[in-house]
Write a new protein. Sequence first.
Length: 245
Amino acid sequence: MSALGQLGAGIAHEVKNPLTSIRGYAQMGQRKLPHDHPLNEYSRTIEKETDRSLEILKNLLRFSRQETAEMTLIDLNAVVADTVKLVSHQLMMKEVRVDPRLWTQALHINGNANQMEQVLLNLCINAGDAMEGKGGGTITVTTDVVNGNVARIRVADTGSGIPPEIVKKIFDPFFTTKPVGKGTGLGLSVSYGIVKDHKGEIGVESKVGEGTTFTIRIPFAAPAAEAAPAAAPARERRVRVINLR
Ligand SMILES: Nc1ncnc2c1ncn2[C@@H]1O[C@H](COP(=O)(O)OP(=O)(O)OP(=O)(O)O)[C@@H](O)[C@H]1O
Ligand SMILES: [Mg+2]
């Protein structure tokens, strides 16, 4: 684990518990006070701000634990399909439409479904944020195959675009252009790390005012040894609990 990762995990671990009790006491205080008491507002602010701090810690923990994932044979296409379904509802409320254009066959890679889902969520949430100022738009999620042996995912939005001087920094940890409380600047750096762990690449193309496309390329899993039935893991039903922000 990197020094930053260790520091992050250490701080997050130590600070989470006292923050959680501050939050609990603030909630208890609210329950004891009459509804219209002026102290209620202070108490709600304490609760809101501790929530925000806990969210940042959650991101730090995610950032520092990214290398512990177990890799198995997964169908990347199914992961994309599941995730798109998941975000579509949430984004609809922001007037954002998600348009999936998925490869018709399974895309078998050696990977971790939860982590790849996290990457896609990060990209889709960013895309949604980038379209908020425009009053909505479309995210087109495409999966296909490059050179017969590489799975490709593209997430294209019709949002604000990213200026060239900023695009160089977007994968840096803690780089954000979002207001305090909205972004921690970890989404893309976490995603970059996950894609690298999958022996893949992530890149971006963007035009200010028109939109942004993120492209991920991950090599297919090596052909399975004769002893292992290659198709079996792809048919497994995955049950996951996802914490959408
Ligand atoms: N689709 C996009 N369109 C425009 N800008 C983007 C897009 N995706 C990322 N960015 C820019 O890259 C920055 C870094 O993104 P990243 O996901 O790492 O952090 P964040 O979204 O700001 O915070 P977090 O993901 O931790 O909540 C964003 O603040 C934004 O400026
Ligand atoms: Mg983000």
